[in-house]
Ligand binder design. Structure first.
Ligand SMILES: Nc1nc2c(ncn2[C@@H]2O[C@H](COP(=O)(O)OP(=O)(O)OP(=O)(O)O)[C@@H](O)[C@H]2O)c(=O)[nH]1
Ligand SMILES: [Mg+2]
Length: 237
């Protein structure tokens, strides 16, 4: 399991605890580059292995470093700024993957009944997802660019015509950039993130959007992941 984290001292420990409680987690690896707060210390105290890299990276590069440091055949990525996340949520996200029903299984934040329906049917940008290692490694190095990594992972899965499952993680949200950096700086960072995502539309052909037809055909929307464990038929590995 890989958690990219930069300046997430407020939430990283809770997310490491959730990650460690996931029944499918073998290792919990936090990749920190350039945090100026106590992210690394908090992560280690909560029981994660912490990989400290030099500043100047990006979310995508941190994820790549986490994958490189692991020998797992499948990687569960979890953002370190989630709130309300539990091991049971992560178990439920992993379940369709473990059962062989999906090549990529994704957990979505809980936006409430009206919006969840819409969000679950949009191309997923959520960081909480399990993929086979080869899917991550299939993203060319020059495309490991910050916040666009989720779109790149979607693209690999779509191109290979593989199945995806998505589900809402009940009660899970995250600290927004505005909560972390203040209104003005947070809005600037959010703008930069969306600018990077929209710029994927140009030049035409960088992302083969028509593959989303295959995504939707291979998509299964699962019931919400509960915050506490339900009885499951999956044996603990
Ligand atoms: N190591 C590392 N982690 C990063 C970097 N940038 C973002 N992250 C982490 O990646 C995760 C998601 O980043 P966020 O900035 O919250 O992005 P987001 O959730 O897509 O966007 P918001 O909706 O604005 O919160 C968080 O755990 C961040 O700490 C980075 O440069 N290095
Ligand atoms: Mg976030």
């Amino acid at each position: 399991m890989v958690l990219p984290a930069r300046n997430e001292a407020t939430t990283v420990a809770a997310n490491v605890t959730a990650a460690r409680a996931c029944r499918f987690a073998r290792r919990v690896l936090v990749v920190d580059d350039g945090s100026t707060d106590a992210t690394a210390e908090q992560a280690a105290l909560a029981g994660a292995e912490v990989l400290c890299r030099s500043p100047g990276g990006s979310k995508a590069l941190a994820m790549a470093a986490g994958v490189a440091a692991s020998d797992a055949e499948a990687i569960l990525f979890v953002d370190a700024d989630c709130t309300g996340l539990t091991g049971a949520h992560l178990d439920a996200v992993c379940q369709p993957f473990i059962e062989g029903n999906a090549a990529m299984s994704i957990g979505f934040f809980d936006y409430g009944p009206r919006w969840n329906w819409v969000v679950l049917r949009c191309p997923p940008l959520s960081g909480e997802r399990i993929v086979p290692r080869w899917v991550f490694e299939a993203v060319p190095v020059h495309k490991l660019d910050g916040y666009t990594i989720e779109v790149r992972l979607n693209e690999v899965v779509c191109e290979a015509r593989l199945a995806t499952t998505v589900r809402t993680m009940a009660g899970v949200q995250h600290r927004t950039k505005r909560a972390k950096a203040g209104q003005r700086e947070g809005l600037r960072q959010t703008w930069e993130m969306y600018r990077a995502l929209v710029s994927l539309l140009v030049p035409v052909g960088d992302i083969r959007w028509r593959t989303y037809g295959f995504y939707l055909r291979g998509l299964t929307i699962e019931g919400p992941a509960p915050a506490t464990a339900l009885r499951s038929s999956i044996a603990r590995p």
